[in-house]
Design a protein around this ligand. Sequence first.
Ligand code: CP
Ligand code: NVA
Length: 310
Amino acid sequence: KISLNGRDFLCLADFSKEELQYLLDLAAELKTMKKEGIPYQPLLGKTMGMIFEKSSTRTRVSFEVGIYQLGGQGMFFSNRDLQIGRGEPISDTAQVISRYLDGIMIRTFEHEKVEELALHAPIPVINGLTDKFHPCQVMADFQTIIEQKGKLEGLKLAYVGDGNNMSHSLLLGCAKMGMNISIAAPEGYMPAADVVEMAEKFAEISGSNILITDSPVEAVNGADVIYTDVWASMGQEAEQEQRVKIFAPYQIDEKLVKHADQDYIFMHCLPAHRGEEVSSDVIDGGHSVIFDEAENRLHAQKAVMAAVMG
Ligand code: CP
Ligand code: NVA
């Protein structure tokens, strides 16, 4: 029997295929219970602190609503609210707030900061996005793919765009779950070598195929899922103009999707820039599942919170 009680949720690499599947099954169950109006409140009386050093729509709303639905309470902090913003060490902050809280969700820049927080906090820490990883998003993505396609194993996901946090978490998640993944990015914007190396090790065990290329057509060829993300992530606003030029050949448009399986689904973690990484006809077209994907942030994160904090 699988128990994730007390665990941090920082990176998909830290979890086995069975543990990730357990969370996905729980997410599906919690979604059904919610739709049927059956209450499930394992976090009654518990409080989760939510530290946001970057903007958020989906993560903030879905975590706060999610903890409330589970019987607990969320407490929001922007980077101006805590003394961390004025230089209080993360290690002190972690030990102090752990005396009050039952869990911490953090969205920040350096992944190492989240690791340091988790190291010093005896309570579960959940990664709500760093420059390197976005694991909660991928749990919602996988829940959505299972709803649409009935499975993960053996399917092909093509990610076209920047080799960023989304590409990293998708790589690790697919490699863990036995899903094939191809990534097309321009030279200089490829996923980080250490993440690719980790994913390749997991893929050897799960049997998934990994392809890293600079060719969008090659990546999308026969894909069941086409995925993209913004060309300039949070913190890279100054590079926006330059990136729009470099990434222009990587737009997902009607011409590119012709290379995918005819029943492909289009996914995007959002927020999206129509006319940049994806054309309006694709993101607003019949193959797009972006709003189911966004909804599943709620259910997938409820599963994570219930499992680690319950
Ligand atoms: N996809 C995602 O994490 O969205 P937000 O930045 O709005 O939270
Ligand atoms: N890569 C994007 C994802 C946003 C959810 C960013 O980090 O800004």
